[in-house]
Design a protein around this ligand. Structure first.
Ligand code: HEM
Ligand code: HEM
Length: 180
């Protein structure tokens, strides 16, 4: 007899939690720039910013297999079934999260191209190709957008985490267990 899984496929669970680590790392490492501005060691400031790029690129890299796997996956049902409003809100927040996970790192990568700065990975020293030609005006816009969206991203993430905990502790359904 076929017994449907009660959890997300292992691959999607692993990617979900690796993405969480990468986003948190990218967020923490944005401080590297201020460290540099504060008159701290420019060299360590720059290399810490490279870790910000690496963490951000990991978010982007994980998103590609994630979307393919998600389209093909059978999502385990939430038991008891949430009402339509809750289900619709969850879907909206998930789509918003996916959009941010795509847009924020891409804007960061684009911005480096517009600024004419190389995208160098830490430790390995690999240089990735620029996504755009230098352009001061576009640079300003991409820089602003990357920073604003990077900060706005905390909103849907907070909503998402509170919802996951609410499902678990208040509604006492299996939403969170499906992702563990
Ligand atoms: C989910 C991934 C990412 C998040 C959440 C994020 C977030 C941020 C935030 C909030 C800032 C502003 C820091 C500040 O000025 O206080 C920033 C700066 C920056 N990020 Fe990212 N970022 C991500 C990925 C990337 C990637 C992949 C790249 C490049 C490949 C990148 C390149 C940059 C650059 C160059 C700056 C400095 C911009 C400036 O000159 O003000 N970021 N990032
Ligand atoms: C950087 C932080 C996070 C991001 C970007 C993120 C992103 C996402 C995304 C995009 C989905 C949708 C999966 C799908 O396609 O069905 C999801 C699902 C889920 N996440 Fe997160 N997540 C984060 C943190 C967390 C944390 C901290 C928790 C637990 C407290 C959590 C619990 C869950 C659960 C339970 C689901 C399944 C929801 C459902 O099937 O309705 N997430 N996450």
């Amino acid at each position: 007899m076929f017994i449907p899984s009660t959890r997300y496929p292992l691959s999607l669970r692993v990617i979900h939690w690796l993405t969480v680590i990468a986003v948190v790392a990218a967020a923490i490492l944005t401080g590297a720039e201020e460290h540099e501005d504060d008159g701290g060691s420019v060299v360590s400031g720059i290399s810490a910013m490279q870790w910000h790029y690496a963490a951000g690129l990991a978010v982007l890299l994980l998103l590609i297999p994630r979307i393919v796997l998600r389209i093909r996956a059978r999502v385990p049902p939430i038991i008891p079934t949430p009402d339509r409003f809750t289900a619709l809100t969850a879907r909206l927040v998930h789509v918003t999260l996916y959009a941010f996970l795509l847009a924020v790192p891409l804007l960061g990568w684009l911005q480096l191209g517009y600024a004419g700065e190389p995208l160098t990975l830490p430790w390995l020293g690999w240089q990735l190709p620029a996504l755009a030609q230098p352009n001061p005006q576009a640079n300003e816009l991409a820089e602003e957008l990357h920073e604003v969206l990077g900060n706005v991203l905390y909103g849907p993430i907070a909503l998402h985490v509170v919802a996951a905990l609410w499902h678990h502790a208040v509604r006492r359904d299996n939403t969170l267990k499906r992702m563990l």
